[in-house]
Ligand binder design. Structure first.
Ligand SMILES: [Zn+2]
Length: 270
């Protein structure tokens, strides 16, 4: 009896000493798996410093290349496994106005100008000393330019109102505490809401001039970008138009209304 008890105790201690797998990613010839502090595999979407990766819930293996997840096809980098938006990066130090602590809105804009998204990004660099930019610019052919990380504050919303639009939208003022866009030294117009919206939102510009249609390729890229933002934050931020924040603004165009209804309802243009 005592011997048996000793065996049980010995087994218990050997179990205690079983090395727990170090937390983090481990790769071998089968692929890469991620482990948490308890040595348990982590699966599903995982947000990293560089972007989003996905570990298959069945196998625990990280996805590389093209994979269909919940009926949607996604492209992952063959090297890093990062979800690939196929965006061309065109950024500038002047575009980045700080770290965004809160994500609440996805704001859709029209460029009110034509050209390739890369031209729009280059124009942003010279306009107002490069202080104005948006996270994404989508061309009429569906091509995509990214100007900042999702967690960066970019100045795309401008002032809101007139009226207390910070109260309406639950955004903060330029109070020097990280609430608001730090477009230092720039005063909003009297009676209008300041630049708080920028630190609560992602800005997406659609290359579009008033009266034009919104081509299918452009809307499909917008679908993809919104899906990416939803996955990145793990919730569905409210989609708004620039003119919801500043009613005197014309973007987006009336032709966008049916798509806006669909986006609001089910996150896709159709
Ligand atoms: Zn706008």
């Amino acid at each position: 009896m005592v011997k048996r008890l000793l065996l049980i105790i010995a087994a218990f201690f050997s179990w205690l000493q079983t090395p727990v797998i170090e937390p983090g990613e481990h790769c071998d010839e089968d692929g890469c798996k991620l482990y948490d502090e308890e040595g348990e595999p982590v699966t599903g979407w995982v947000k990293t410093e560089d972007g989003l990766v996905y570990y298959d819930p069945e196998t625990g293996l990280k996805c590389f290349g093209t994979a269909v997840i919940d009926g949607t096809s996604f492209d992952f980098s063959e090297d890093s496994g990062l979800l690939d938006l196929h965006a061309v990066w065109i950024s500038a130090d002047s575009f980045i106005h700080g770290h965004k602590e809160v994500q609440k809105y996805i704001m859709i804009h029209d460029t009110e100008g034509s050209g390739a998204p890369a031209d729009v990004a280059e124009w942003m660099k010279v306009s107002r000393q490069g202080a104005v930019a948006s996270h994404f610019i989508i061309g009429r052919d569906g091509s995509l330019v990214q100007c900042g990380h999702l967690d960066d504050i970019l100045h795309h919303a401008g002032w809101g109102g007139p009226g207390n639009f910070d109260e309406i939208f639950g955004t903060g003022n330029n109070d020097g505490l990280g609430n608001g866009d730090d477009l230092v030294g720039t005063e909003p117009l009297y009676g209008y809401t300041s630049y708080g919206m920028n630190s609560y939102s992602i800005g997406i510009e659609l290359v579009h001039i008033g009266g034009q249609d919104y081509p299918e390729a452009q809307l499909e890229t917008l679908d993809r970008v919104i899906r990416y933002i939803d996955l990145y934050y793990g919730f569905e931020a409210q989609i708004i138009r620039h003119r919801d924040w500043r009613p005197s603004n014309s973007d987006t165009d009336i032709n966008f209304e049916p798509y806006f209804e669909n986006y609001t309802d089910h996150r896709r243009h159709n």
